[in-house]
Design a protein. Structure first.
Lengths: 419, 337
């Protein structure tokens, strides 16, 4: 009797385990086109979830027959999970998309084009952001937020060295001169941190030098262009020539943003997303200025997220209603008030700027005037990964810039050729 | 990033574990002569086959799970290794293209060497574990539990947490290790961001993490050695060292064999420390990649799942061959009491 009982229990446990796996996928469904509809909205940032929930509530009030469930997946697992879901037809109806993945997802038919849908209007968003989310002449992403890069500086270290704070009039030479005066080996402080990070550092320098990363037809890369190399050389010189930046090894062991936050580094080009970190860093008195002008003038890379619709959603009409709402003024105003990101919608940056009055956050908004789209292609991931490995070797001094540039060019071009 | 081993390679390790313990059991069976196995004697005595039915029913939940979640994926992986994948599925037959591309990957020789080097270094955990187990065997009283717990904590710690703490210890400018070295006048290197040191730094953490597990196995092995052997040796005038090499080591050899098989298998699958201690942007990464890390890059960064399966198949075949070689060699040095 007891033996039978235990076998039964085992069998029951097995069935329970098996059925637990399959219950998750049925959540995406929810009635036909006329009846009540349930949408799933995939996001990855827990800090932004409250704002997203507010937006959803406002949307549900306007559309009583549509329910939106937010599905939060931590960034570490988000793309892996999304790709698996997309392959099996179970991705969320609406989800966040990044610039580095839009080419892959739109190019492989995983997203619905937004261009041509009733009421589609991309005029409130920065043109550079719209262009990144346009693939093959059609826009697939409704811009959600954006980020630009600024020159963060430590006021205490500037005061101690008697150097005037950076201004909008600064050029590369001003940064070089200041970095020399601000470097103090005895105290263990450096003038600047110049890692081989592309978005925060190198791409900006490349564009300021008049160089380019990926050609407009997305078929070749500009790593052997003399101007592109001049941009990379400028960033590298801080380590090899002027010795005013920590080395690649030092910045690998201790993240440059950590070095800046702890007052070891006087200048660091970094995005607006680290504002909160620097605000909360104990003892840090920092501010931010526009990026310096290079030989060809000013430039900052602009990057940002967008909301997209899954191609195989059974509720395309409802999903579009939701995405249109996400791209509207009301939803962007809610995002702005949360202070987490700069909303993509034109003129709504003020609330975000006012959230941290100790910094000149307006800098990030003003730099839109010379923003260059973050370079992407049909499949950005493979060459971006390969490039980083090669740049790491150049930064570590194991590869000369000229030899490394040849490698960057050939690897990137090979990946671009695959489409 | 949460890291899990692939089902394919993960299974090969558990299969080998089973094989290794089978070998141990098999040896003791041989020692007990011609008597029929326990199961057969039970059936012979009771005579009705219902016992068998119940046996299979009891095993069924586990066996079905094993077949569904381990064996079937292995079959699938082998099939997929001959296909080329799109980012969102839709695989096409590609023949041997994946294998050809992998074997001609310029990163392969370095990665293969790093993997072998790491596994060899990891084998150093065996003598260390034996010494600790022997010392622990001398400890009397309540403190045994305390020591055992202390040594076992690394085994049950999350690899991600372990990697974070060690990364901090290894920090070239502000790390504790270099601080201690500076006290004796040594200027320590950047352990995990310098290609010359990173593999050794990771191996040290690997050894530290596995010593506790090995030690428990050796401690059990030591307990199984009858005390009167030592008494007899003492009467014959053998010292402590002689006793260790003539009694302890030979009688511990089955445990040593088991641990060395497990160690080689886990060493060749090393991945987590590369990703967690070094990270994806690190000047030391190009010099420190392992085979399993190449697998990760192909599958999760480049979306080439077919290629990833090919790597997993190659790794599994290499593991099987190595384990087979170890089993052949054991006859020369493993003594079953």
């Amino acid at each position: 009797m007891t033996r039978k009982l235990s076998a039964l229990l085992c069998a029951a446990a097995l069935v329970a385990a098996a059925s637990a796996c399959s219950s998750a996928s049925s959540a995406a469904g929810g009635g036909d086109a006329t009846g009540p509809v349930t949408l799933t909205y995939g996001i990855w940032d827990p800090n932004q979830k409250p704002a997203m929930q507010q937006i959803v509530s406002a949307f549900e009030k306007l559309h009583p027959n549509i329910t939106v469930n937010i599905e939060l997946t931590p960034n570490a697992d988000y793309w892996q999970k999304l790709q698996t879901e997309a392959a099996s037809g179970t991705a969320p109806d609406v989800f966040w998309m990044s610039t580095t993945r839009i080419g892959l997802y739109a190019g492989q038919g995983q997203l619905l084009p937004l261009t041509g849908r009733s009421g589609f209007d991309n005029s409130p968003f920065p043109a550079s952001l719209n262009s990144i989310y346009t693939v093959g002449g059609k826009q697939y992403g409704m811009p959600k937020d954006y980020d630009t890069i600024g020159l963060w500086y430590n006021k205490k270290l500037f005061d101690a060295a008697g150097v005037a704070y950076p201004t909008a009039a600064w050029t590369w030479q001003d940064v070089i001169d200041a970095s020399k005066k601000l470097t103090d080996p005895a105290k263990g402080t450096w003038g600047i941190a110049s890692p081989d990070w592309t978005q925060e550092n190198l791409y900006n320098d490349i564009y300021q030098a008049g160089g380019w990363v990926v050609s407009p037809d997305k078929k070749s890369s500009g790593f052997t262009d003399a101007k592109t190399l001049a941009g990379i050389q400028y960033a590298l010189d801080f380590i090899t020539k002027y010795k005013t930046s920590p080395t690649a090894q030092q910045m690998t062991d201790t993240d440059p943003s950590q070095l800046f936050a702890s007052g070891k580094v006087a200048m660091f080009t970094d995005g607006d997303w680290d504002a909160l970190t620097y605000k909360n860093a104990p003892g840090l008195q920092a501010d931010v200025a526009p990026l310096p002008a290079g030989p060809q003038g000013r430039a900052t890379v602009i990057n940002g997220l967008a909301n997209v619709i899954y191609a195989r959603t059974p509720h395309a009409a409802a999903a579009w209603e939701f995405v249109r709402f996400l791209g509207g003024q009301q939803a962007n105003a809610i995002q702005a008030a949360s202070g987490a990101v700069i909303p993509a919608y034109h003129g709504l940056g003020d609330a975000w700027v006012k959230a941290m009055p100790q910094f000149h956050l307006q800098t990030f908004v003003d730099q839109l005037d010379h923003a260059v789209p973050y370079p992407v292609s049909a499949n950005t991931g493979p060459w971006a990964t390969a490039d980083q490995t090669i740049l790491d070797q150049i930064w570590a001094g194991k590869l000369s810039l000229s030899a490394g540039a040849q490698q960057l060019k050939s690897t990137t071009d090979a990946d671009l050729a695959k489409g | 990033m949460a890291v899990t081993r692939t089902p394919l390679t993960g299974n090969s390790s558990s299969a080998a574990t089973a094989a290794a313990s089978d070998a141990l059991g098999g040896a003791s069976k041989a020692g007990s002569g011609e008597r029929p196995s326990l199961a057969r004697r039970v059936v012979a005595r009771h005579g009705h086959p219902r016992e068998w039915v119940w046996g299979y029913l009891m095993v069924a939940p586990l066996a079905l799970g094993l077949a569904g979640f381990y064996l079937w994926p292995i079959v699938q992986s082998v099939y997929y290794s001959f296909t080329s994948w799109g980012a969102f599925g839709g695989q096409q037959w590609a023949g041997l293209a994946n294998y050809r591309a992998f074997l001609s990957d310029p990163q392969l020789p370095k990665a293969a060497w790093n993997t072998v080097l790491y596994s060899l270094l990891l084998l150093a955990s065996i003598p260390a574990s034996i010494v600790f187990a022997a010392l622990l065997n001398q400890v009397r009283g309540r403190s045994v539990g305390l020591y055992r717990t202390l040594y076992f904590i690394p085994v049950v710690s999350m690899p991600a947490a372990v990697a974070m703490v060690w990364r901090w210890l290894y920090n070239g400018d502000y790390g504790l290790i270099n601080y201690l070295l500076s006290l004796v006048g040594i200027h320590g290197p950047h352990w995990v961001s310098d290609g010359r040191f990173a593999v050794y730094a990771m191996a040290l953490v690997g050894i530290w993490a596995v010593v506790g597990y090995n030690m428990i196995i050796f401690a059990a092995g030591l307990k199984g050695i009858p005390r009167h052997y030592y008494e007899a040796a003492e009467l014959d005038g053998a010292g402590r060292v002689r006793q260790f090499f003539s009694i302890t080591l030979p009688l511990l050899s089955p445990s040593i064999f088991f641990v060395s098989v497990i160690t080689v298998i886990s060493g060749l699958q090393m991945f987590d420390y590369v990703l967690l201690m070094l990270g994806r942007s690190n000047p030391a990464l190009a010099d420190s990649k392992t085979i399993a890390y190449l697998f990760y890059e192909y599958v999760f960064l480049d979306n080439e799942q077919g290629m990833g399966c090919a790597i997993a198949v190659v790794l599994t075949v290499v593991l099987l061959l190595l384990t087979a070689v170890q089993f052949r060699l054991q006859k020369r040095w493993v003594h079953y009491a």
